[in-house]
Design a protein around this ligand. Structure first.
Ligand SMILES: [Zn+2]
Length: 409
């Protein structure tokens, strides 16, 4: 068996972490389509070149390094190079650096592969402009209308940010890859949650990405003086919200699965004064599951429970569905292949869904896909103290390599 070299991966990840590193909070500030993000991309391309790969940056800012025939269908290994503000050094970068290491091992050992392999460092995955720009561009999930209207929270237009980086919306659309040019898509990523660590497993064989719906709910009652309105004569919107919060676990018990999640992440009480009964409660509900029919059941149940609570508290209830993203399932044959390779290496593992979105989700309908997780220490991610043990990084990369070789031989 050809073994990967963990020291090279460590070096690459530390080098990359310097791009956007903030001395004060020790976080990495490398948001998509910024100057420092482009510097990191140039560095990565040089690394691809050093490994003898054919490199280019596409119109969306994705950096690509390819081994083998430029025209034959390739196995793609991709993840992102941008970070959230005050992010960590493993999120995204791990998948790109590990892909490059797989190529080095293949070359050093003169391993025969029967198809091209391409490593892609995708651009703007963290959603500065509200999407996953690089992966959406590659998979053809972009429209000119969106590209021209998208803005970041500070109001900067995506099209202007592209121009500053020497890119533009039309070349971004041209970055689309035809499905016939892909043989498979693989991604290695940190879990960004506590499940693997708490279960004492070092590899997550991911079978899909949860579907997610987001609601904006309004409960409307009557704002009254908190001293003069008797308790039984109130229409207190917060009481309705509190009752609903208590029903969440029952809704999941009755309608959901062990993969179901319902979260109230944001609450806004109006008028919001300590001495006034809240006349309105505005809040978000985010629901998740791996099966779309279960998502529908959860959503229906939320609606019924909210109407009955509204009646009880003399409230008016309305909601708006802000988004509905269906679950994505990875190819069973690739998931099985990863599982076989993990077993052959005798690593501890579990099959699991991903609760977070990743670049790979845009490829599930285009080509065979597989996602591999390694543990995040303490479940921490998107924070300066995001960490994964080098031992797990080594194992994850070895699984990636072995899976890649099975697909390419
Ligand atoms: Zn990520």
């Amino acid at each position: 068996m050809s073994s990967i070299n963990i020291e090279r991966i460590e070096n690459d990840l530390y080098e990359l972490s310097k791009f956007g590193f903030n001395e004060k909070d020790k976080g990495i500030y490398r948001q998509g389509l910024t100057e420092i993000d482009m510097e990191a991309r140039q560095w990565m391309m040089q690394k691809f070149k050093d490994a003898g790969l054919t490199t280019h940056m596409d119109g969306a800012g994705n950096v690509c390094g390819r081994l083998g025939d430029p025209d034959k269908p390739a196995i793609l290994i991709g993840s992102h190079l941008d970070s959230v503000p005050a992010g960590g050094m493993f999120d995204g970068t791990l998948g790109v650096v590990a892909g490059l290491e797989c190529i080095r091992v293949i070359q050093e050992n003169n391993i025969d592969v029967n198809c091209p392999i391409e490593i892609i460092g995708t651009s703007e995955e963290e959603g500065r402009f509200g999407g996953m720009l690089g992966a959406q561009a590659l998979s053809g999930n972009l429209t000119l209308e969106w590209l021209e209207s998208a803005r970041d929270p500070k109001g900067e237009y995506l099209k202007d940010a592209l121009e500053k980086c020497g890119l533009n919306v039309h070349d971004t659309l041209r970055a689309r890859r035809d499905p016939s040019s892909m043989k498979a898509f693989l991604e290695l990523h940190i879990e960004q949650g506590p499940v693997l660590e708490n279960s004492n497993k070092c590899i997550g064989v991911v079978d899909g990405i949860s579907g997610v719906f987001k609601w904006l709910v309004k409960l409307k009652g009557k704002a009254d003086h908190a001293g003069t309105a008797p308790m039984d004569m109130r229409s207190d919107a917060f009481m309705g919200l509190a009752d609903f919060a208590h029903e969440i676990s029952r809704i999941i018990d009755e309608e959901g699965t062990d993969k179901s999640r319902i979260t109230i992440g944001r609450v806004d009480l109006k008028p919001g004064y300590a001495h006034t009964i809240p006349g309105e409660a505005h809040f978000t509900i985010v629901g998740r599951d791996m099966q779309e029919d279960v998502m529908h059941q959860l959503a229906n149940s939320c609606r019924k429970v909210l109407s009955s609570i509204a009646r009880k508290h003399k409230l008016y209830f309305e909601y708006e569905q802000m988004s509905w993203l269906e679950p994505k399932h990875f190819s069973p044959e690739v998931v099985d292949l990863i599982e076989e390779e993990v077993k052959a290496l005798d690593y501890s593992y579990m099959k699991m869904p991903s609760g977070a979105g990743h670049d790979i989700q845009f490829f599930t309908d285009l080509t065979p896909t597989g996602l591999i997780f390694i543990p995040s220490v303490g479940g921490v991610s998107h924070a300066p103290d995001e960490w994964s043990h080098w031992d797990d990084v080594e194992k994850g990369t070895q699984v990636l390599l072995n899976t890649l070789l099975r697909l390419a031989q």
